[in-house]
Each structure stands twice: as structure tokens, then as C-alpha cells.
Design a protein around this ligand. Structure first.
Ligand SMILES: [Zn+2]
Length: 391
């Protein structure tokens, strides 16, 4: 629901909690309209407990669905449902993520994203993450094998046109025929090539990174890992300073010890928390669908009938707490991995990923236990279960 112009320019502040992420003042942040403004101590204030935190809104670069909706449904109402729900877990921006499927289904889903704009007070869709179909069938994970195809520049171009140019990231297997050419093509068009669902070696991954594929999709999952005589893509992604990697910090896709290893190796500036969530996110256990396959969600795990993990039902705030817990990092490091790094990856670091003046007012209020208490998307209160903010 669109608010009035008058309300759009409202100046107000959150005060009393610890403000992180590049803010001018340590204990207050002022919001004017959709942006963070210079501190204004006279602005109407919401007073927060001193042991609460204000952090930059989380950015999820890899999410397929939530609340029963999936990007592949090709349904604008479904996209709106996802965008409306995400602030409940502190997410203020996301990439709508497709998956391997019939070409016509991918094209239809992209056509819907081309015209989608999240409502004020919902998470902003920053574009599309095309996951597959240009991947390796030997590392399919939950990508339907029958629809996996070789990297194809003209098909990508057709899809980018269908998407109105909003494809920002393509997960692909660079070692597949045509993989290198597609990596170079994406680089020329300002689209991130992300190594994933790939059986490439560390050497092949290094070559792909040098060619511009400076990103890894769900590190360790659906790629070769860290065998000491056969280092896989994971080794190249962890050690090459040019590469950033997504990681699913649910303790299930990657064990806590390996999340810690990734953090120690890559450092705080080259990891990006993602959820890779499927449509059951925000709902309960039960039977769902992913890429035309039946998925059972039970005990916080989403699996195909053969036991393969099929995305997650991880919430972003849980991933944030897990990063701190698994790695022993500081809050500032978890903020980098949950927001700032992703803003750089998606080329929106001039307006998101920080609470500096002039940036989008995308922020999350966390309590002392780091649970989400309030979320603001582009200046509008998007999640306020305790109704601290009236009007
Ligand atoms: Zn995925």
C-alpha cells in the first residue's frame, strides 16, 4: 500500500540502541523519506533499549521462494508475497533466483521479474540470479537433470532480453562446453558469472576466475571440495583474492567447522551469507515442490525423495547468528558477510550495505539475542511485530 507523499518525506529517528555499519552517530540514526539523513536530534524518536543493535538490512543474493511462492511459478503475486515476507527475517533486498527447468518456464519467470517492483515497505528485488541450466549434471544437486544444458550465449541473450536486463548473476559450470565463452560474454555485459553446480578442478576454477567468474555459488555445495591432492573449485574460491563466495550458514549444508574454515581462509570481506531458501520458507513442515520435484520439509531440512538437500528453509537472521556462533567473528564481520559484501557483489554498494548518510534506509533492529524486532525498507517500516511505530 503506497503511503502519502507527506509520509514519504517524514523525518524520524531510532535512538538509544547501538548503531553499526558506517553510521555517523553510535546511538541514533535519522531517516528522511527513503534515505538515511544527517543526524537530527529534534526528529520524532523511537527509543530502543541500550543493548539492542541497528544493523544494515540483510541482502539475500540467492533465494528461490518463501511463503509458498517460488520465483519459477512465474507469478507476480508470488514475487510480492516473497518481498512482503522477507523483512520479517531482516532481509531488505534480494535477487529473485530461478532454477534449472524447461527453457519456456525460465523465460516466463524472467518475463514476470522484468516488470516486478516491490511495494514500499517490502524487500527490494535487485534483479535475478539465474541458477542453471548451464551447469554440470554430475553436480546437479536439486537442479532437475533433464533440463540441464550446455552454456549458450544466444539463449542467455534471449533470456536477458525477456528479463528486461535484470539478470545480475548467472550460476554456471565453466568447464562445460561453451562455459568460458559465456563467462567472458557475461563479463562484457556487467553480469556476474558465478561458479556453481560445477565439477571443475581448482585449476579450472582459477582460469575461470581470471576470465571474470569472480564469484562462487553456495561454497562447498555442488562443487569439488578441499581434498588435499585434488583441490576443487572450493580451494580456488577460498584462496583467490578476486573471488567472493556465497555460503549457506545453516550448519546443515556446510558444517559449522567448515564455515569457520571458510571464514578463516577467505576473511570477512569475501563471504556472503545466503539462504538458498525454497517456497517452504516461512511456513511449516510438509510436502512442497521445487523444480517439478516433490520436496519434504521436516525438522528444518528440505529434501528430495532420494535424500538430496533441496534448498533450505533457513531464515537470514538465523544465518546471521550462526555466522557469529560458528566462526567466533565480531558483529561488524557478520554485518559485512550479510549485507556489505553482497552490496558490492551486486553493484549497489553506493546505496546499500551501509548505514551511512545518503544510503537507502534499509535497516534491521536486533535485540540483545540478535532476534529481529523491527525492519525498515527504504524508509518504511516493513516489520514491526510489537507495533513500536505508529502511523
Ligand atoms: Zn539455489
Amino acid at each position: 500500500m503506497r503511503s502519502s507523499d507527506n509520509e514519504d518525506q517524514r523525518v524520524w529517528q531510532l535512538r538509544g540502541a547501538r548503531v553499526h555499519g558506517g553510521a555517523t552517530e553510535p546511538q541514533a540514526i535519522t531517516i528522511a523519506g527513503t534515505r538515511i539523513s544527517a543526524p537530527d536530534s529534534d526528529a520524532p524518536a523511537i527509543d530502543l533499549p541500550a543493548d539492542w543493535h541497528v544493523v544494515p538490512g540483510f541482502i539475500d543474493a540467492h533465494i528461490h521462494g518463501a511463503m509458498g511462492a517460488d520465483v519459477m511459478d512465474g507469478d507476480a503475486d508470488g514475487l510480492a508475497r516473497i518481498a512482503d515476507y522477507l523483512p520479517a527475517e531482516g532481509t531488505t533486498a534480494f535477487l529473485a533466483t530461478t532454477m534449472t527447468g524447461p527453457a519456456a518456464a525460465i523465460e516466463a519467470a524472467l518475463g514476470v521479474t522484468a516488470h516486478f517492483e516491490a511495494a514500499p515497505g517490502a524487500a527490494e528485488m535487485l534483479g535475478v540470479h539465474l541458477e542453471g541450466p548451464f551447469v554440470d549434471r554430475n553436480k546437479a544437486g536439486a537442479q532437475p537433470v533433464d533440463h540441464i544444458i550446455a552454456p549458450d550465449i544466444s539463449l542467455f541473450d534471449r533470456w536477458q532480453a525477456a528479463a528486461g536486463g535484470c539478470i545480475r548473476v548467472v550460476t554456471l559450470a565453466p568447464e562445460q562446453p561453451g562455459g568460458e565463452a559465456l563467462v567472458a560474454h557475461l563479463g562484457r555485459h556487467g553480469v556476474r558469472a558465478s561458479i556453481g553446480h560445477s565439477s571443475c578442478s581448482a585449476a579450472q576454477a582459477e582460469a575461470a576466475i581470471a576470465a571474470g567468474a569472480n564469484r562462487g555459488t553456495h561454497l562447498f555445495n555442488a562443487m569439488n571440495g578441499l581434498h588435499h591432492r585434488e583441490p576443487g573449485a572450493a580451494c580456488a574460491l577460498l584462496t583467490d583474492p578476486a573471488a567472493r563466495s556465497e555460503i549457506i550458514a545453516d550448519g546443515l549444508h556446510v558444517t559449522p567447522a567448515m564455515v569457520k574454515l571458510a571464514y578463516r581462509a577467505a576473511g570477512r570481506d569475501r563471504l556472503m551469507a545466503i539462504t538458498d531458501a525454497m517456497r517452504a520458507k516461512g511456513l511449516g513442515d510438509g510436502e512442497y515442490e521445487l523444480g517439478g520435484q516433490a520436496v519434504t520439509v521436516a525438522n528444518g531440512q528440505a529434501r528430495l525423495a532420494n535424500g538430496t538437500l533441496a534448498g533450505s528453509v533457513l531464515t537470514f537472521d538465523a544465518a546471521f547468528r550462526n555466522l557469529l556462533d560458528f566462526t567466533g567473528c565480531e558483529l561488524a564481520d557478520a554485518i559485512a558477510m550479510s549485507s556489505t559484501n553482497v552490496a558490492h557483489d551486486l553493484d549497489v554498494a553506493d546505496r546499500k550495505g551501509s548505514l551511512a548518510e545518503g544510503f537507502d534506509a534499509d535497516l534491521v533492529v536486533l535485540d540483545a539475542e540478535l532476534r529481529v524486532r523491527l525492519t525498515v525498507c527504504r524508509g518504511q517500516v516493513a516489520h514491526d511485530p510489537e507495533r513500536r511505530i505508529i502511523g
